[in-house]
Design a protein around this ligand. Structure first.
Ligand code: CIR
Length: 274
């Protein structure tokens, strides 16, 4: 989840993904989507996403965990673990209905040899709130992530500095902003997203440029090595297309409209491990 550093030119070793359960259309949503989630289409979009990771050779190896019908939100695997170097923090998701998702992820990461860290109650943290850039962990304090969860993150990855950022009016920190190349960020053009970005800017040593988009959801971008995967379901004018093209060595569109309906973006669907 946290390993998506656009400055890293080496190819990531591994990505973890989790398929779409039959129950996916009953996943948690902040607002009822205008159109119902099409589970078959979600399956197809998920397999296209996996093909981008595997088929476009963005990572050496993709591990696919089996979906579980008890956990409609399980494709949003990013929320279940934060992996940096040889360590993995298994999260305690803020949504109680999602807590059981972590079990299979923990088993897989243990099996792969990662040093496992856990979050004790009442701590909660979702991987969607964790952004690792410029050797700093920025972590959203949100409706899903609390102070105890942030402390667990800091303990697990000490001595990496941890900077909490208050998240308002959106699910996760990364729902509304992403790195865009070496020293830039793309964020939604809203008061709250701008405020969050300002805090990131203040805390980071390097100065960074900020670009804003009016398109809700268009600022969650997936970086894998030097490749930028962007959400093509948004009506992002040529302005954004050009921006994307200028920001990465390689740019790949992915349509994940059915996951957007469940409040998820591109990063949510994988844990990319460098
Ligand atoms: C949830 O509400 O937990 C899911 N429906 C969406 C999770 C999105 N995950 C993410 O942004 N990392």
């Amino acid at each position: 989840a946290a390993g998506a550093v656009p400055t890293n030119s080496s190819k990531p070793r591994l990505a973890l993904v989790r398929g779409v359960p039959h129950t996916f259309s009953s996943c948690i949503t902040m607002e009822k989507p205008e159109a119902a989630i099409d589970v078959e289409l979600a399956r197809k979009q998920h397999s296209d996403y996996v093909n981008i990771l595997r088929g476009s050779l963005l990572v050496d190896h993709v591990v696919e965990l089996s979906p579980m019908d008890e956990f409609p939100d399980c494709p949003f695997i990013e929320d279940t673990a934060v992996v940096i170097g040889s360590k993995a923090l298994i999260t305690r998701p803020g949504a109680s209905l999602r807590r059981g998702e972590v079990e299979a992820v923990e088993a897989e990461l243990r099996n792969l040899g990662f040093e496992i860290h856990n979050v004790e109650p009442p701590g909660t943290i979702d991987g969607g709130d964790v952004l690792y850039v410029q050797n700093t962990l920025f972590v959203g304090k949100s409706m899903r992530t609390n102070s105890r969860g942030i402390e667990a993150l800091a303990r697990a990855f000490s001595p990496i500095p941890v900077v909490p950022i208050d998240v308002a009016e959106t699910l996760h920190l990364k729902s509304v902003l992403s790195p865009l190349g070496r020293n830039s960020f793309l964020a939604e053009e809203t008061f709250h997203a701008k405020q969050m970005l300002e805090l990131i800017r203040k805390a980071s040593m390097d100065s960074c440029d900020c670009v804003f988009t009016p398109h809700q959801g268009a600022a969650n971008l997936l970086w894998v090595g030097n490749t930028l995967v962007y959400p093509s379901a948004y009506p992002c004018g040529s302005d954004l297309a050009e921006l994307y093209a200028n920001s990465a060595e390689r740019v790949i569109p992915a349509n994940i409209s059915e996951f957007h309906k469940g409040d998820g973006g591109l990063t949510c669907l994988s844990i990319v491990i460098d």
